[in-house]
Design a protein around this ligand. Structure first.
Ligand code: SF4
Length: 169
């Protein structure tokens, strides 16, 4: 969804948002139940993931379980998403890719009860401050698309974090 300002090649070469330190596990993408179910069994991608409810008792969204993949206690150790191919990037087709991933580095967040669309400030390509092209893209349709998706998939809302510039509300 951001391909007009963030090329697929750039993302494929970077992969920053597809690897997670322990402190970033809150950012792991959330999958709808039917996709988690499909990917937790042998599937067309040849890669099986381990999933758990996104939160206690939740059945509307599932997160990838990556905790067991760390090999050291170092806080800077990163583990890749199960569906990241080191050469090709994400192996998932559009219909199976989490919405979270298709809008990254944007996030929809709850800031004191109000939903806002914010920029994750660590994307190496976009940078810490939203540029005009990103702002225009969000204002000219993408923002409403994200709000619309959130109505039926409220689990994609993250709690607001300081340092995430707000792009749209
Ligand atoms: S699902 Fe794909 S795009 Fe999302 S984190 Fe995993 S490899 Fe990256």
């Amino acid at each position: 969804m951001l391909s007009s300002i963030l090329s697929k090649n750039t993302c494929a070469a970077c992969k920053f948002c597809c690897s997670f330190r322990r402190q970033s596990l809150w950012e792991t993408p959330l999958f709808p139940p039917e996709v988690a179910e499909k990917l937790s069994r042998p599937n067309e991608y040849g890669v099986v993931g381990e999933f758990a409810p996104a939160s206690d008792g939740a059945q509307d969204a599932f997160r990838l379980v990556l905790e067991n993949n760390y090999r050291t206690a170092a806080p800077e150790e990163e583990v890749p998403c199960t569906f990241l191919d080191p050469q090709k990037g994400c192996i998932l087709k559009g219909e199976d890719k989490p919405f979270d991933c298709s809008i990254w580095p944007l996030r929809i967040m709850d800031k004191g009860g109000k939903l806002v669309i914010a920029l994750t400030p660590t994307c190496p390509s976009i940078g810490a401050v939203p540029n005009q092209a990103l702002i225009d893209l969000v204002k000219n349709g993408l923002g409403e698309k994200i709000f619309e998706y959130t109505k039926t998939h409220p689990y994609i809302v993250k709690e607001y974090r300081e340092g995430f510039p707000i792009v749209y509300f």
